[in-house]
Design a protein around this ligand. Structure first.
Ligand code: ZN
Ligand code: ZN
Length: 230
């Protein structure tokens, strides 16, 4: 099965590791497929404005550079490690209330999507780009320093139809509500620093091609999770 991690941050947002170094870390650790998913933060809240001021976000102006750099690294990673890289972002709707906040991975993104758009508009645009929509860390987490993102779970009856898969595990946390609801799932590191390499991952039984990976996640057959340890 393919060893995969679809949730990785770099210095393009609030990660502490440069893109190239992150790619080498995962390549040397034997990964088959990864996604680079830096934050795209909403500018319509105080938290969002801070992220923009400190450049902890990909924005409309540097999105093309970000994508070009990820594609360049994808070529290098395939030649050097046989590792596939999928370009993505993490749309981050950050508000004071965790009930209002949500983070969404858009995997295989092509054009910039602003985080201040409505959920429907974001999901439809992602679908139009043939990208995958993943609900990130959708339930209570153990990490006290992180604001929780409960909006999508609390409004799942309305939005589940747009979501290709939910994170059933993120770094050290497992969200058993996802299995109870029988939702499609994947597991990711939410990599921000080197030690986060060791965390929950996805295993996929499919070909090492972007389209096959997307199909496998969408159909959610031949998917497993594993705790990758040192
Ligand atoms: Zn997040
Ligand atoms: Zn993240």
């Amino acid at each position: 099965m393919l060893l995969c991690d679809f949730h990785i941050h770099t210095k393009y947002s609030d990660g502490s590791v440069e893109l190239r170094r992150a790619v080498d870390l995962f390549g040397q650790a034997g990964f088959d497929v990864i996604a680079i998913t830096d934050h795209v933060v909403n500018g319509d809240s105080s938290f969002g404005k801070l992220a923009h001021r400190f450049r902890f976000t990909v924005n409309e102006n540097n999105f093309d550079d970000y994508m070009a750099h990820v594609r360049q690294e994808a070529e290098r990673a395939y030649d050097k490690y046989g590792m596939l890289i999928i370009p993505g972002v993490e749309i981050s709707k950050n508000y004071i209330s965790s009930d209002k906040s949500a983070h969404i991975l858009i995997l295989d993104i092509k054009e910039f999507i602003p985080a201040c758009w409505s959920y429907e508009k974001i999901f439809r645009e992602a679908k139009g780009q043939d990208a995958l929509v993943i609900a990130c860390h959708p339930h209570h987490t153990s990490e006290m320093t992180i604001r929780e993102t409960l909006f999508l779970w609390n409004n799942r009856d309305k939005y589940a139809k747009y979501i290709d898969a939910w994170e059933i595990a993120n770094r050290d946390d497992v969200f058993n509500v996802i299995s109870l609801k029988k939702y499609p799932y994947i597991a990711n590191s939410d990599f921000h620093r080197t030690r986060h390499l060791y965390s929950w991952k996805t295993l996929l039984n499919c070909e090492k091609k972007v389209e096959s990976v997307k199909q496998c996640i969408r159909h959610n057959k031949g998917v497993a999770i594993t705790l990758f340890r040192n």
